[in-house]
Write a protein that binds this ligand. Structure first.
Ligand code: DI6
Ligand code: FE
Length: 432
């Protein structure tokens, strides 16, 4: 019996691994910045683009990655190491995809708004006329929790069909206590309906509800005094978000929500600089935000603040595309300052009715000029970081969840290259 290295480093004679996958090409996505650490004993420390390991293998035990590396480094013949051995014949394996910014739960649709915009109205005009987010709020308030789950499932399934294993879902179409809670409960339930990790974000500060028309400050007080504490107490809040924008909330108003979140020990993130520069990213960085999202109008001068706080820049090319935006996020400045860049769908009924992370990757390359490697990192390693999950998922490393995607492509650049084509072969969630 062989002594097999385990995540715990135990030296006992151990049972065989549950399953060993061999003859794989592994895009481990282990950060190149972390390479060359002499103290590291990990088997997965490649220095190649994508953390690529040709002719690799990985083992799964207890839902986690028990071993990963070149086949040549396996500590014995495959059949002696694992109870089950599967050959992948050279298929590409990546971490499972992570969508770190969605508004996946909502009722109704806004196809007529899409039409209105093509007939000449702007997103802001429609919002100011009571359409936009408010039309989704009305439909979501009227829907039952079961209906919200049922209407969100096909969207979630579309993400899963492309290898998504973790998805963040925001509230924000309720804007009252009951409906915000209903949305968050529906989001959590999606995680019971499907084999997927769901992270929930309270976005009560998304728009001013009609009951609080011209009383935005009072609505902020209601969020701080009632919605946020109640949602937190019910265990429904993994993070708190806000829409810092002319048609949303001012930095001062967002700051009050963030102060309350901090008091409750909840991490924050922010929709910042999507349509204008209000200094939201700076505010987010000041609160050690997990992420600042959108950032088209981010002043390059504020990039340093994100870098210092290690706040992830979440880029949402679907919304950029759908709104026919022309102002690009300051990608070069973000890159130069080593700000982590994640990519997400922003799946929502108004500005990004998109349920494809592969398409988001392609758009991040074609519209924002990311490299295919940055795009894949953006929906794996960096997206995990944007959700505070970097220690658990997002790369192929010993000890992390065996949430993986097996693709029928030869090189990882092919994932960002195609448009509307899905080469997923196998999706593993906790190794299954
Ligand atoms: N920014 C967005 O892109 C979405 N929300 C936000 O704060 C749009 C939401 C919607 O139009 O329904
Ligand atoms: Fe959004």
């Amino acid at each position: 019996m062989l002594s097999i290295p385990t995540p715990t480093g135990s030296k006992h004679q151990l049972d065989k691994w549950e399953k060993l996958w061999i003859k794989a090409r592994l895009a481990t996505m282990v950060s190149r910045a972390e390479d060359g650490n002499p103290g590291s004993t990990s088997t997965t420390r490649p220095t190649t683009p994508y953390g690529l390991i040709e002719n690799g293998a990985f083992a799964v035990t207890g839902g986690k990655i028990a071993w990963a590396g070149p086949m040549a480094d396996l500590p014995g013949p495959p059949d002696a190491l694992a109870r089950e051995v599967v050959a992948l014949d050279g298929a590409l394996v990546t971490p499972g995809l992570i969508d770190c910014h969605t508004h996946l739960v909502y009722a109704g649709d806004r196809a007529s708004e899409f039409e209105a915009r093509l007939l000449g109205k702007s997103y802001e005009e429609i919002a100011r006329a009571g359409g936009g987010i408010m039309s989704s709020v009305n439909a979501t308030r009227a829907a039952s929790e079961d209906e919200l789950v049922a209407s969100a499932l096909p969207r979630l399934d579309a993400l899963i069909a492309e290898g998504a294993t973790t998805v963040e879902i925001k509230s924000g179409y309720g804007l009252d206590l009951d409906t915000e809670l209903k949305m968050l409960r529906a989001a959590k339930r999606l995680g019971d309906e499907r084999a997927i990790i769901i992270k929930t974000t309270l976005l009560a500060a998304h728009a001013i509800p009609p009951e609080y028309k011209s009383r935005a400050d009072d609505y902020i007080q209601y969020i701080c005094d009632e919605i946020l504490p109640a949602a937190h107490e019910s265990g429904l809040v993994d993070a708190v978000d806000g829409f810092c924008e002319g048609i949303g909330f001012s930095p001062d108003q967002i700051e009050r929500v963030f102060d309350k979140a901090s008091l409750l020990g909840i991490r924050v993130k922010l929709h910042a600089e999507q349509l204008s520069d209000l200094g939201g990213a700076k505010l987010a960085a000041r609160f050690d935000a997990l992420s600042a999202d959108h950032l088209e109008y981010l002043n390059p001068k504020d990039v340093g603040a994100l870098a210092k706080a290690d706040t992830v820049a979440v880029l949402l090319p679907g919304a950029f595309y759908y709104l026919r935006e022309t102002k690009l996020p300051p990608i070069d400045a973000l890159r130069e300052s080593h700000v982590s860049m994640a990519i997400a769908t922003d799946c929502n009924p108004g500005t990004s009715p998109m349920t494809s992370l592969l398409l988001a990757m392609n758009m991040a390359c074609t519209l924002f000029g990311l490299t295919p490697e940055e795009a894949l990192a953006g929906v794996t390693r960096e997206a995990a970081k944007a959700l505070g999950l970097a220690a658990k998922t997002g790369t192929i490393e010993v000890g992390k969840r065996a949430d993986l995607a097996v693709w029928d492509v030869t090189h990882p650049s092919a994932l960002a290259y195609t448009i509307g084509y899905n080469p997923l072969k196998i999706r593993l969630f906790a190794g299954k």
